[in-house]
Each structure stands twice: as C-alpha cells, then as structure tokens.
Design a protein around this ligand. Structure first.
Ligand SMILES: *[C@@H]1O[C@H](CO)[C@@H](O)[C@H](O)[C@H]1NC(C)=O
Ligand SMILES: *[C@@H]1O[C@H](CO)[C@@H](O)[C@H](O)[C@H]1NC(C)=O
Ligand SMILES: *[C@@H]1O[C@H](CO)[C@@H](O)[C@H](O)[C@H]1NC(C)=O
Ligand SMILES: *[C@@H]1O[C@H](CO)[C@@H](O)[C@H](O)[C@H]1NC(C)=O
Ligand SMILES: *[C@@H]1O[C@H](CO)[C@@H](O)[C@H](O)[C@H]1NC(C)=O
Ligand SMILES: *[C@@H]1O[C@H](CO)[C@@H](O)[C@H](O)[C@H]1NC(C)=O
Length: 931
C-alpha cells in the first residue's frame, strides 16, 4: 500500500468544526505532516510511518484453546471464486446511519476433513436463515452437511459455522451470506468519503481493503494467500457511477422496493488476494475541480497518461512479464488514508497525490505523480498483485521492491531527472537514521510473529519500505542489474497468480547467478542476504589507509544504548565494498569478517580512498584522520572529482559518525566548508538536513549568531547562482534537481538573512496580495515564499494567507497555506497559531494543557506519536522532555508511548548530549569559519 499517512484529511475536516482549540491541533498536525512530506519529497503520496515502529516481539505463548481463537485461518479450504453484490446508500437511513447491504457467495474446495467453517467477517450484521448466519450447499451432485450452530467471534473477526457432519476432501461447497454494514467514515473497508461542493455535502462510497478490511465489507477468507476470482456486482443510484477492479461488463436499470436503481456488473477478476479489491460509487464530477477531474475522467491525468505507457513498457521489459490486466483505472478521492493503493485494475489515490493545478504544470507535482502514483503502483502490479507474498511478515519484499524499482522506472520515463541518485536521500539516508537505533528491528520476521490486524499494520513502516529498497539495491549492485533482472523474471513467471515466501526470490536469483559464467560471489545469495534481513541495523566500516586494516561494527547512533535483541550473526555482515583509490575504481572487495587487512587500501603521498561508491552498499564508512583530511581537501579543491552521491555521503556519514561520537563534531562540520562551491541538490539537501539539527539544537543559545553567520556565508553563492541562472528570478531553472535546490537556496538564504532574499519573497507575496485572483508565485516556490513572507512580514501577510487558506479549493494549495501560517514570528499571532521555533514554549504549553484532548482524538487515524515524533526535534532540553513526561503520567501517552519511551528517547539523547558537550567546540568552529 502507499505508505500510510499520519494525518488523514478526514480528521482535519471533522475537527475543524470544534473551533479554535481544534484549529491549532490541525495546524500542529499539518505541520508534522508537511515536515514529513518534505522529508519524503519523492513520495508525497506515501507518508511513511516514519519510525522503527514497534518491534515485532514474539507473542506470549498462552496457547489459544479453540480454532477460532487463532488469528490465522486453518488450512482446510481453498477458495475458488466469489460472487459479491454490494449496495451502498449515499443518503443516511432513518437512524441517520449510512449503510450498505449486500450478499455474497463463495465457492471453496475442502482440502482437509473438518466439521468447522471459519471465514472472516467483521462488523457485519448477517441475515439469519433457519436460525443460522449463512447457508451452505454443495457444488455438484452431493449434498452439504447441515449447520448445527453458527456464531461470530469479534476478537479474531470470524464467522464460525459448526456442521453436523464433516465436509469431504476434494469436494466443493457454496457458502451464501446476506449482510448489512455501516458505510462509516473510518477509511477502512467499504467506507464513505465526504466533501463539500458549492456548499453541498457530497458522499462517495469507496474502499481500502489492505491489510485486513475486506472482511468488513463481506464475509471472506481474508488472507493474501487465499486468492480467488471475484465476480462483482454493484447496485447504485442511476445518477451515479460504479467502479471496481474488473472492466464493466454491463448495466441494467431496475426497481428494488420502489427505488430506481442501476445494476453494474464487472468482468470476473484474475485470481487475486482480497486486500486488492476495490469498490467505488460516486456522482462525478466534483465541479470545483472539473478541470482536473476531466483528466481523471479518462482515468488518467494528461501527464500520467504520457508516462504510463513508457513505464508499463519499461516494467514489461524489466520483469520480462506482460501486464496481465485489461485495464488500469486510476481515481483520486478527497478522503483517503493511504497516499495511494494499488488495487488491481483500480488504483485509488489521495486527491492531493493525483490532482494538480493544470494551469501550472508544476514540476514537483509532476514528479510526485510520476513517482508515488505511478512507478510504485505499476511495479506492484507484478510484484505484489501478480505474485503475492504468502503472509504479511514478508511485506518488506513487496514494499521494498516497489520502493527500489520505482526509481528505475522513473529514470526511464524522465532520463534527465537523475532519479536514480535520489534514492539516497529519500530512502537510504532516511532509513539509516531509524535503523541505527538500538530499538530497531530486522527486516524480516517469522510468519508466526505477525498475527493480529495490529501486528500486520505495524509491518508498514520505514524499515520495510526503505531498508527493503536499500538492501535490494545493494543486491542488484553486487549481482549486476542484468543478473538481478533475470532472476526476477524467472521468479515472476514461475509464481504468477500464486503466493511465495521471500526465500523463493533468493532461489531464483541464485539460479541466475549459477547460470552466469564468471560471476563469483563469496557465499550463496541466501547466506549473504540473511545477514541483512534477519538482523537489524547495519555496519560502519572503518578503513585505515595507513595499515590497510578494515573493520566492521554495528553502527549505533547513541553509543551508550544497549542492544537487547540478540543476533545469530553477532551483528556482523558480509559487506560488498565498491571503492575508489584516487579517483580510480577498484575491484569490489568483500568484507566477510569482523576485521580484515587489505594492503591495496593503504595509501601514500596524496592518494585517497573512498569506499562505498555511490552508496551501493547499505553501510556507513569511517577512515583514519589522514584519509579524512585528504577527502576534505579534495572537496575543497575539486569536489567534482567525486560523484554527487558520494559528496552527499561524506557529509551524511561524517555527521552521523559525530553524533555517534566516533569522530569529532568539528570534522563533521568541516565537510560543509566546500559547500560555498557546491551547486548540486543532493549534497546540499544532505548537508541542510544535518545542519538543521544544529539549528534546532542551538537556536536558543549563544552559538546561534555564529552559526547563522556561517550558514549565510555558505548559502550566499548558491543564492547568487540561482539569481543568475534564472535571469534575476524571472524564470525557474531548467534542470530538475536545480529546481529543488532553488527552493533550498531561497529558503535558507531568507532565514539566514542573505541580502535581497527577504525583499524578494516579500515583493512576490505583495504582488499576490494586490491581486488575489492572480498568484504570480511560481508553484515550485510557493511554500518557501509563503513561509518567508509570513515569517518576515506582518499581520497583513498573515491575514491574507489565512483568508486564502479558507478560500482555497485545491487541497495542495490549502495545505501549503496552512503550513506557511505557522512560519510567523510575531508573538501575538502565535497565540492564534502557535507552533514554530519562536513560538515553541507557547506551543508546548498549548499541547501540555490539552494532552488528554489530543489523546481522546486518538484512533481514527489521528496519530499522536507522529506529533511527538515531529516535536521531539524541537525539544532541545532534557528539562522540557521530563516536563512532558511528568505532567502526563496519569493520562498516558497513547500511541506516543513508544515515542516517549525507548525509541525516541534514545534518538534524543545524542541531541541532548550534543547540546552540553559540544557547545564550546561548535561555537569556536562557527566563529572561526564565519569570518
Ligand atoms: C464467477 O464467474 C465465473 C466466470 O463466469 C464463474 O465460473 C464462477 O462460477 C463465478 N463464481 C461465482 C461464485 O458465482
Ligand atoms: C447491526 O446490529 C446492531 C444491533 O442490532 C445495530 O446496533 C447496528 O446499528 C447494526 N448495524 C448496521 C450497519 O445495521
Ligand atoms: C504529454 O505529451 C505531449 C506530447 O508529447 C506534450 O505535448 C504534453 O505537454 C505532455 N503533457 C504533459 C502534462 O507533460
Ligand atoms: C557468534 O558468537 C558466538 C560466540 O562468540 C560464536 O560461537 C558464533 O559462532 C558466532 N556466530 C557467528 C555467525 O559468527
Ligand atoms: C577532537 O577534538 C579535540 C578538541 O579539538 C581534540 O583534542 C581531539 O584530539 C579530537 N579527537 C579526535 C579523535 O580527532
Ligand atoms: C534584478 O532585479 C532587481 C530587483 O527587482 C533590480 O533592482 C535589478 O536591477 C535587476 N537586475 C537585472 C540585471 O535585471
């Protein structure tokens, strides 16, 4: 699934009505959301649970007594096909409730003798026939045993049928149910999505089945391996349209109980998992967005249409497997929990992910579209939908795979965008940060460690997506892409329409290796990969270029943290090291032990060594000081001798090694000195993410002045560079990544008070204020310009933005404006809207006072932990942290418990240490370097 957002728009809208208290909460949330979004820029449609999430711990072995107490289905049956009819009501019934009714037939074969039928059913009211909740018959000549007793088990979400006699192995049976469910606005299963158009509330019935919500729509064997064919029928008002996975087969108009309805039937689906089903009924078109939706009415935006063909073609070639379906519809919805969901044949998106203002074919949105909405989803069509993992414990393979391959597809569609490099920022560095905590968890876990719906949903986390992507990329790099692709293709073609476990992929890759003469890897694919998937974390490899010694060590951000999770591999890895010596690529080196010596890696004179070329391996690198010095002097004299990725890597490794107290903070800071000559996006972005940390750490100390002076000095040339390549800001740069870097340049230059920057953004904003109907600000720059105009403007700017926010019709524009309102530095405005650095004490007072209100909003997709997670960056004193913990002991922390506990505490400790221990060193360095 598209990575799950923290904050659903639904919550935002619902809460808005509660007034100002709620308003501030929404704002806080939207900031958390925007920050997260900024971090994940490549995948805005895909907010990730950006945490190591809860480690999956083995469940306590209090052995359940009855079959129906187990969360997993027994293996007595194989479903063959379903016929499902659903009738959602888009107006409330007499009790004010929105409902749907329906009936379902499932044909299944008995493969193990049993007198018990278990089928998932959750929150459905089932019709009673002859005192039972279902009807059972047999397919063919024989008869089915009678039902003795039937009941629902709400904990494990089953309908249980106790039969008078056993079912016969090899025979097929038919189970029929009729049901009524609530079309709730809970974004789960078959649900309703509301939006307002011209002051009128409109309802859309839509669905999100992944991971365990199909059972809330109709009784079904709701596990990914229980694939079947689905014959879908939807009953709906004549003025509405119905969509599902299959192609529409026909419609018929009819009357039911005097109600005029239309019956739309769909072609049978391919054999597929229940979590990929989709049902939609709506009365298109949302008028305010007619323009956009016209594009989607063909079910494709124009840009999407332009790239879908080439991308599908790319994947067909890459996987060497044809696209298996007859159609691929795509639809944007106003309320949608995930950024996007890869339902087979009917992809659903969150509105902001697919729609963009057509008068501004905005680069950023284009890329968002390209990446999140297409690449990802299209790769899932093969990896996930066609071949499905047997159980959710292997989810990382699907999600990691999609996260990796999407960059290849995007690169194919837009070759000038340097998409392949960007995986470093948006996946590798991102997950390094969480996987370096002692509380991280391995990629892979055992099937029986993931049982309950809650445990399943915990599998959707950064580790699965981004570490999955990073280790698969590493695997592809050391096997070489052609070998990797051959293995994949054979895997996909072997298991099409079936289910697998992840080691099946290793088998097929191993075959590809064995069939490639001359390719040598030091251990089998299984043995190498097990080290990366079965133990958490990753190594820091230290190369001493004086002695040639190479060592590996589990990298932990907090050197004082204690790793409680044992590893059968003692936290050592088989590390493939691609490396350069003085600019020349060397033969890949495998570090197979804790320490080793490679005389090739010794240097003399001005030679330097750079390991982990293009971060092709999932590890960090440290060197002896001499080599660090040489790398730094190379950066200062001729930074282009290193690739963009490696420049970013040197910075990111150094800062993280410093946080882990492996190297000096000043050494890390020195990696930023060359930035005055750097024009590329990826190194800048990497540096800014790391320096931001220092800004947060020191913004209320005497260090800040010197830090600001240094940053100003470094960013100024970049700002001037963009001024010059944009003809005095009259256009945007041509290069794709330049467009991103321009945003950084303006944002940082303004906040560091580079001359001309604040005047520039303010004048743009003023032009807009003078003519609100015409916004002259380039869409790329909107967020930055709004934020700065409000930060350095006055009440007028704030009021204008507030007005525009309230009037905004496009979701993306509303979200930008909402975020920018928080940028104000005027204290009394912060009373209205209190969350940013200046207003932090105020903001915290606000949150502290209303802790239990926040808690009561929990559930319903309001993620409290995300709020804390975001805010923890801002909590820079131990005192503040303790304060929050102390004052709220009695109410607890809800889903933030983890955040307030080990996970984030651990992440905080280095910050806190940093503040006290490094202040003198840091102040001295910034002071010296800023003059
Ligand atoms: C679904 O449709 C297929 C093809 O028409 C048919 O063979 C199958 O029996 C149908 N399934 C059910 C449960 O009606
Ligand atoms: C299901 O039945 C319960 C108990 O009668 C009732 O409270 C609930 O509203 C029903 N749900 C629906 C969707 O009809
Ligand atoms: C789609 O492709 C056509 C033809 O190449 C081009 O004119 C058009 O601008 C493209 N549309 C978008 C949104 O990129
Ligand atoms: C891990 O360490 C233990 C004890 O030192 C040793 O017996 C075991 O062989 C090691 N395992 C691996 C995979 O290195
Ligand atoms: C770190 O910096 C301090 C003070 O500048 C210095 O005394 C110390 O030797 C440095 N340590 C390392 C490992 O470079
Ligand atoms: C660039 O713009 C500024 C402010 O709008 C103006 O003062 C300056 O003359 C312009 N320079 C050039 C070369 O156009």
């Amino acid at each position: 699934m598209g990575k799950v957002y923290y904050v659903s728009k639904n919550v935002g809208l619902g809460v808005l009505m509660l007034g100002t208290l709620a308003l501030a909460i929404i704002i806080a949330l939207s900031i958390a959301y925007d920050k997260e979004r900024a971090k994940n820029r490549s995948k805005p449609g895909d907010g990730v649970t950006d945490s190591t999430s809860m480690p999956i711990l083995p469940t306590t072995p209090s052995a359940p007594k009855e079959t129906w107490d187990h969360y997993r289905l027994p293996d007595s049956f194989i479903p063959i096909s379903y016929a499902v009819t659903l009738w959602p009501r888009l107006v409330p019934n007499d009790d004010g409730m929105y409902i749907f009714t329906g009936h379902s037939t499932v044909v299944f074969r008995c493969v193990k003798e049993t007198n018990l039928i278990l089928i998932h059913s959750n929150k459905l009211n089932l019709t009673i026939f002859n005192e039972q909740l279902a009807k059972l018959s047999a397919l063919g000549e024989h008869t089915a045993p009678a039902i003795a007793k039937s009941w629902l088990v709400s904990k494990t979400q089953y309908l249980v049928l106790q039969l008078r006699k056993s079912l016969t192995v090899g025979r097929s049976y038919i189970l029929y149910t009729e049901f009524q469910g609530e079309l709730a606005d809970d974004l789960e299963g078959f649900y309703r999505s509301e939006y307002v158009e011209d002051g009128v509330k409109k309802i859309v019935a839509t669905s999100q089945m992944q991971a365990t919500f199909a059972r809330k729509t109709f009784p079904c064997f709701d596990e990914p391996a229980m694939k079947a064919v689905f014959n879908v029928t939807i009953i709906h008002d004549r003025g509405t349209i119905a969509l599902s996975n299959g192609k529409e087969m026909g419609t018929a108009d009819s009357l039911i109980d005097g109600i005029a309805i239309r019956i739309t039937t769909f072609e049978p689906t391919e054999r597929m998992s229940t979590y990929l089903l989709a049902f939609i009924v709506c009365d298109f078109i949302l008028k305010s967005q007619q323009e956009n939706l016209k594009a989607i009415d063909d079910r494709q935006g124009e840009y999407a249409l332009n790239v879908t063909g080439p991308i599908l073609h790319f994947y067909e070639q890459y996987y060497n497997a044809r696209y298996p379906l007859s159609k691929s519809d795509q639809i944007a919805l106003p309320d949608f929990n995930a950024g996007a969901m890869e339902n087979w044949g009917l992809v659903t998106y969150r509105e902001t992910a697919l729609l963009y203002d057509p008068s501004y074919p905005q680069q950023e949105t284009k890329r968002e579209l390209l990446l999140s909405s297409h690449m990802n989803l299209l790769t899932w069509y093969w990896f996930g939908n066609l071949v499905t993992l047997r159980w959710w414990n292997d989810l990382w393979l699907n999600e990691g795979f999609a996260s990796y391959v999407e960059y290849l597809g995007a690169d194919y569609a837009e070759p000038t965008w340097d998409m392949k490099d960007q995986i470093i920022l948006y996946d590798v560095h991102k997950v390094f940060a969480v996987d370096a905590l002692a509380s991280s968890h391995p990629l892979s876990c055992l099937e029986d460690e993931v049982n309950t719906p809650a445990q399943i949903s915990e599998m959707f986390n950064t580790i699965s997506y981004s570490k999955g992507a990073a280790v698969l990329r590493m695997l592809s790099e050391f096997l070489s892409e052609p070998v990797f692709a051959r293995g994949l293709s054979s895997y996909l073609n072997t298991f099409a329409f079936g289910n697998t476990v992840y080691t099946d992929l290793w088998d097929h890759l191993q075959q590809a290796v064995d069939n490639t003469p001359g390719l040598h890897i030091p251990h089998s694919v299984h043995d190498i990969m097990h080290r990366w998937t079965l133990q958490m974390g990753f190594p820091v490899v230290t190369i001493n270029t004086q002695s040639g010694s190479i060592t590996q060590k589990h990298f932990l951000l907090d050197p004082d943290s204690v790793v409680e999770r044992p590893s059968q591999f003692n936290y050592t890895w088989f590390v493939p090291i691609k490396w350069l010596k003085t600019g020349v690529e060397q033969q890949q080196y495998w570090l197979l032990h804790k320490t080793d010596v490679n005389s090739q890696m010794t240097t003399s004179g001005s030679d330097w060594v750079l390991a982990n070329t293009n971060v092709s391996g999932y590890f960090r690198v440290n060197y002896d000081l001499e080599n660090w010095d040489r790398l730094l002097s190379l950066l200062n004299t001729n930074h282009k001798a290193l690739s963009v990725i490696n420049r970013a890597q040197i910075i990111d490794d150094a800062f993280n090694l410093a946080r882990a107290k492996i190297i000096n903070t000043t050494l890390a800071l020195r990696t930023t000195k060359y930035l005055s000559n750097e024009r590329d996006y990826i190194p800048w972005e990497s540096a800014l993410r790391n320096l931001n940390y220092y800004i947060l750490m020191f913004d209320r100390t005497e260090v800040y002045g010197a830090l600001q002076a240094y940053m100003k000095k470094q960013i100024q040339p970049l700002f001037e560079h963009f001024r010059s390549i944009t003809s005095n800001w009259t256009k945007v740069p041509e290069g794709h990544t330049d467009q991103y870097n321009q945003i950084n340049a303006i944002g940082v230059a303004c906040s560091m008070d580079v001359e001309g920057c604040r005047e520039l953004t303010k004048s743009w904003f003023r032009q807009w204020m003078q003519n609100p109907m015409h916004n002259p600000i380039h869409p790329n720059l909107k967020s930055t310009v709004y934020c700065n105009a409000i930060a350095f403007g006055g009440t007028e700017e704030w009021d204008f933005a507030w007005k525009m926010f309230k009037n905004a019709t496009l979701a993306s524009e509303a979200s930008r404006l909402r975020g920018s309102l928080a940028c104000t530095k005027t204290p009394w405005l912060l009373n209205r809207y209190p969350l940013n650095v200046v207003g932090m004490p105020l903001a915290w007072n606000f949150v502290r006072e209303r802790w239990s209100t926040f808690l009561s909003m929990e559930g319903d997709h309001f993620s409290f932990s995300s709020l804390i997670k975001w805010n923890h960056e801002e909590i820079s004193t131990e005192f503040e942290l303790q304060e929050i913990q102390r004052r709220n002991q009695h109410v607890g922390f809800g889903s933030a418990t983890m955040a307030m506990g080990t996970g984030y505490r651990e992440d905080l400790r280095p910050i806190l240490n940093g503040v006290t221990e490094n202040k003198v060193q840091v102040l001295k360095w910034f002071t010296e370097e800023s003059t």
